[in-house]
Design a protein around this ligand. Structure first.
Ligand SMILES: Nc1ncnc2c1ncn2[C@@H]1O[C@H](COP(=O)(O)OP(=O)(O)OP(=O)(O)O)[C@@H](O)[C@H]1O
Length: 257
């Protein structure tokens, strides 16, 4: 069980995340949603141990991240929103590096790497430098690297970014299978349509605070709105998108009322 307890993060005194608490049980996929700047990546970075919270605690199976960061990170697989890959390494070398950092035995690592490269359709490019990979290919390598050591806690920040239709379908099915295998999954995204189909529970964040927490079905009945997109729009009081688009066009064409 992952528990985020009263998490807060302030940048130079300005709050980015305030009093965020949630738990994710094994087998659950928590969809973490919010508009730009609402604090999703800040939360994800705290959960992955990359950012120290200003307040609050993160616990995995009752043990605080601060108390045993090495064991916490051993159990974590993370797909970041902005990949920082060593562009001079080949895909295979990157996965070898990731697996060795995880201290996987070499025969296990070799077997898993060959199989994952094949399954993600990257076998032909396995010896090519990551610099030559497309955005989607880099995303697949990141996914493979995050899952290689069979982590208990999987944190994904916009994991579908750049993936083609077939790979997206595979990833959706894979997330469900991972949940069934008892993994704890936090999935941060803007793509409501996918979250709706994949997440077992959804949290909606607005200006650093949780404004909704429940299953998609609960949120639908609570809000009496048919889609997550409408619930999301209503909860975060977004401006009318058609009006904003039209105002942008007016600005660049100097069209005034
Ligand atoms: N390193 C930083 N220094 C100062 N402020 C920051 C920093 N990182 C984020 N912020 C601020 O914290 C707030 C939350 O940002 P965050 O990146 O967590 O949002 P987000 O929900 O992930 O946004 P997006 O959907 O655009 O990726 C924003 O107001 C942002 O400007």
């Amino acid at each position: 069980m992952l528990e985020a307890r009263n998490l807060a993060k302030h940048y130079s005194g300005v709050p980015a995340v305030e009093d965020v608490s949630f738990t994710i049980a094994p087998g659950e996929i928590l969809g973490y949603l919010g508009p730009n700047g609402s604090g999703k990546s800040t939360t994800v970075k705290m959960i992955t141990g990359l950012l120290q919270p200003s307040h609050g605690q993160i616990l995995l199976d009752g043990v605080s991240l601060d108390a045993d960061p090495i064991n916490y990170k051993r159990r974590l697989g993370y797909v970041p929103e902005e990949p920082q890959l060593y562009s001079f390494l080949s895909g295979r070398e990157y996965l070898q590096l990731a697996g060795r950092l995880r201290e996987l035995p070499q025969p296990t690592l070799d077997r898993r790497i060959d199989s994952l490269l094949e399954l993600f359709g990257l076998s032909a490019a396995r010896y090519s430098a990551l610099a030559s990979y497309s955005k989607g290919m880099r995303q697949k390598i990141l996914l493979a690297g995050a899952l290689l050591h069979n982590p208990d806690l999987i944190v994904l920040d916009e994991p579908f970014s750049g993936l083609d239709v077939t790979t997206s379908q595979v990833l959706k099915a894979l997330l469900k299978d991972l949940a069934q295998a008892g993994k704890i999954i936090l999935y941060s995204s803007h793509v409501l349509e996918v979250v709706e189909r994949v997440a077992t529970r959804v949290i909606i964040l607005h200006k650093g605070r949780i404004v909704a927490d429940g299953s998609v079905a609960d949120l639908r009945s609570m809000m009496t709105l048919p889609s997550l997109e409408q619930i999301f729009t209503q909860l975060v009081h977004q401006d009318d998108s058609g009006r904003t688009a039209s105002a942008i066009l007016d600005t660049i064409t100097d069209r005034h009322d």
